[in-house]
Design a binder for this molecule. Structure first.
Ligand SMILES: [Zn+2]
Length: 376
């Protein structure tokens, strides 16, 4: 008896293209098999045309019954339910939560990199600041009456050696000019302080030197200012270099910081999930279940932020606040549906976890900023 399907298949699924063995895994096939039961490759011996090739690629992402489409609709329309279904075993229908979050964070990263509105903050960098006082000291100097020519020449040479005019023009502070007047002995002085004040003093010192002198790398400073070569001095120098760069172009630094944020979530969420686990310790969920729940919610946050960014770009508005509000409501619904607890319990846990999230998030961002300054 011939095993024929009811609906006539078309394209590369036509019966004349059906094979006896799977081309991918070698599993024996029936004529009725549209896909290999072992590896789910299409049962077709037809050579791929360019059209087939693109269709296969697009079908994976955009067809109505694709995983991506199902994941998106379930995530957007049924908060919390997608996680419950996923951990209860309905896994092949949805995109893997980790891969989904990773893809979204990459898209979000690309969007905020292209949308780098913080570059304009570079105008607040110190190189663009106007000098506070604008007077010509030499002109003022001529007005002063001296006892004799000798005294006048001496005062003039003192003035020249300090190069005060250029200090004023460049908006140099009094402290900076003290450093610049005699850098060698200034550095020797800070070296006698206790560790914290010494280190901060050195950063300050290098900061001034880098800004107003032509020092590009550490070794150069060693010889020029007779600075002993050690780890502490080098660290202070490197930190000062970063700080000068950040001061010059603060917008660029904020951009590099923000572009790191999507990826820090991968360190942060596994850590935060421990706390969700503790808050819901009496539920039968495992740590992984809570982690998947936080991955799903974070994915939705990225989707909302991506949409918000696109809306902002098109309509030239700031819609972040609205989308954060939508996320806040969504998160409550998701917790209710996933953990299936009453309103009061859910509200208490919602506020507790969110407060904890803000505290831990602030600590994480502080660490990120510190690390960014050191590696900038
Ligand atoms: Zn196969």
């Amino acid at each position: 008896m011939e095993n024929k399907p009811a609906v006539q298949p078309s394209g590369r699924f036509k019966l004349k293209y059906r094979g006896a063995d799977c081309l991918n895994c070698g599993h024996p096939l029936e004529l009725s098999d549209k896909y290999c039961p072992n590896c789910s490759q299409a049962n077709s011996t037809k050579k791929l045309t360019l059209f087939d090739f693109f269709e296969e690629f697009l079908a994976n992402y955009f067809s109505y019954d694709s995983k991506l489409w199902k994941t998106l609709t379930a995530l957007l329309l049924r908060p919390g339910k997608i996680t419950r279904e996923y951990i209860n075993g309905k896994r092949l229908s949805y995109t893997n939560p980790f891969r989904f979050l990773l893809s979204l964070s990459i898209i979000y990263f690309l969007i905020i990199s292209f949308n780098s509105k913080f570059e304009s903050y570079n105008k607040f960098g110190y190189e663009n600041k106007k000098p506070i006082i604008d007077i010509d000291l030499n002109k003022e100097f001529q007005k002063i009456e001296f006892e004799n020519e000798e005294e006048k020449q001496f005062a003039l040479s003192q003035l020249d050696s300090l190069d005060i005019n250029s200090y004023i023009k460049n908006g140099i502070s009094k402290k900076d000019s003290t450093i610049l007047a005699d850098p060698k002995s200034y550095f020797k002085d800070i070296n006698t302080e206790d560790l914290t004040r010494r280190f901060l003093g050195k950063i300050d010192f290098f900061n001034t030197i880098i800004k107003h002198d032509t020092i590009y790398y550490f070794e150069q400073g060693l010889t020029k200012f007779e600075i002993p070569e050690n780890k502490e001095n080098e660290m202070a120098f490197n930190l000062a270099t970063s700080l000068v760069d950040i001061e010059k172009r603060p917008g660029t630094f904020i951009n590099s910081l923000i572009s790191k944020l999507p990826f820090t979530t991968f360190f942060f969420l596994p850590f935060f999930s421990f706390f969700i686990w503790m808050v819901y310790i009496r539920k039968k969920y495992t740590y992984t279940d809570h982690l998947i729940f936080s991955f799903h919610n974070q994915s939705l946050l990225f989707i909302l932020l991506i949409v918000s960014n696109l809306i902002n770009a098109v309509f030239n508005i700031s819609s972040e606040g609205l989308f954060i509000l939508i996320f806040a409501i969504y998160l409550y619904k998701a917790m209710r549906n996933f953990y299936q607890q009453g309103r009061v319990k859910t509200v208490i846990k919602y506020f507790f976890l969110n407060t904890l999230f803000v505290i831990l998030g602030s600590i994480a961002i502080t660490i990120l900023i510190a690390a960014s300054v050191f590696t900038y």
